[in-house]
Design a protein around this ligand. Structure first.
Ligand SMILES: Cc1ncc(COP(=O)(O)O)c(C=O)c1O
Length: 374
């Protein structure tokens, strides 16, 4: 007998959907170690002015907590549209923007509306592991397609596979997680032209790259293109849970059919709007992180590692004879990085200069230890 209510029942005893049996939940380890470089967060905490503004905004929102929030989050979407307009130079209206609790929820809503039983979603692997997990949750059949051996996307090949498999949803992650490269505009255009359904360009890390946003292509592909974004990375707002997308207004009408009523709490909306008012300060960290990324890449190369070119706030690197064993060696040295399941490779998030130094010191120790450890 367990002292936890109902703990005698195992997952296998439940009348779970057959297609979910044997699957594993998403689970980047959340371990208490001195240096955590495993979930691509921004290592710089929000500035005190932002904290004060968020606190004040939440205090105000609290006066109205007996009421449901604005179901359509119009004011927040206006603020996000203004940010996208200034960041991309493309006139983005409130009607072009949708927001939810992290871009994971945005992506789930896209799959609920455009995927589902009898439909397929295609992605170019290795890429963000939640795309297939969200597909499974919405009973959308996942179709993996390859990248080149150097993890970049071959536009012609990608367009050919899309034309052949005719997926209802295509995911293109740019910069790609966990490998770091952006998709070239001509390659994206080729995929868009070939796609019979919607194409989601997941731009969670776009602020770290010099690449123009795919938002510029919405005008040309209004019935196909959806560009998802997040405040979790460059905006240093991962704990606030705010993701969003830009698309034609009709796409947002489709998402309204599947979203839960009042999905974005009044507290979240108020906090995100306050954080957006400090965009200049938070986005100021982007340049520092890009410089640190280049320093880390150079240092890794100097040690004999082979880092993959990255336009994001993380770097995939190797080679390791046994990546998981090496991941453990880092952990023993108090540095938590990510084993993303790509043979011979590990991924490190760019942290503060001190965190990166700790990571590089551990890397040097691993490099020196012996060839077997690599
Ligand atoms: C490519 C990509 N898309 C989306 C997300 C989801 O981020 P969030 O739900 O925090 O907005 C992540 C998070 O790591 C990511 O790497």
């Amino acid at each position: 007998m367990s002292d936890v209510l109902g703990a005698d029942v195992a997952l296998a005893d439940l009348p779970l959907r057959e297609d979910l049996r044997g699957r594993s939940p998403y689970g980047a380890p959340q371990l208490e170690v001195p240096v955590r470089l495993n979930t691509n967060e921004n290592p710089f905490p929000p500035p005190p002015e932002l904290v004060a503004d968020v606190t004040e905004a939440v205090r105000e929102a609290a006066r109205e907590l007996h009421r449901y929030p604005d179901r359509d989050a119009v004011a927040l979407r206006e603020d996000l549209a203004a940010y996208l307009t200034s960041a991309t130079g493309v006139a983005v209206a409130q009607q072009n923007v949708w927001a939810a609790n992290g871009s994971n929820e945005v992506l789930q809503q896209v799959l609920q509306a455009f995927g589902g039983p009898g439909r397929t979603a295609l992605g170019f692997e290795p890429s963000y592991s939640m795309h297939p997990i969200l597909s499974a949750g919405t009973r959308t059949e996942w179709v993996p397609a390859p990248r080149r051996a150097d993890f970049s996307l071959d536009g012609a090949e990608a367009a050919a596979v899309v034309a052949e498999r005719r997926p209802d949803v295509v995911f293109v992650t740019s910069p790609n997680n966990p490998t770091g490269q952006v998709v070239q505009p001509a390659d994206l255009r080729a995929v868009l032209e070939a796609a019979p359904g919607v194409v989601v360009v997941d731009e969670a890390y776009i602020e770290f790259s010099a690449q123009p946003s795919a938002i510029a292509l919405i005008e040309q592909f209004p019935a196909k293109l959806i560009v998802s974004r997040t405040m979790s990375k460059a905006f240093a707002f991962a704990g606030g849970r705010l993701g969003y997308l830009a698309a034609a207004p009709a796409v947002i009408d489709a998402l309204l059919l599947v979203r839960l009523p009042y999905h974005l709490s009044a507290v979240t909306q108020a906090a995100a709007r306050a954080a957006l008012r400090h965009a200049d300060a938070t986005l100021g960290s982007v340049r520092t992180l890009a410089e640190e990324r280049d320093r880390v890449v150079g240092a890794l190369r100097g040690m004999g590692f082979e880092p993959v070119r990255s336009d994001a706030n993380f770097v995939l690197f190797g080679p390791f004879a046994d990546a998981h064993e090496s991941w453990k060696r880092y952990l023993e040295r108090g540095v938590l990085i990510r084993d993303v399941g790509i043979p011979g490779h590990l991924r490190v998030t760019i942290g503060t200069a001190a965190e990166n130094d700790a990571f590089l010191e551990a890397s040097r120790a691993l490099a020196e230890a012996s060839e077997e450890n690599r």
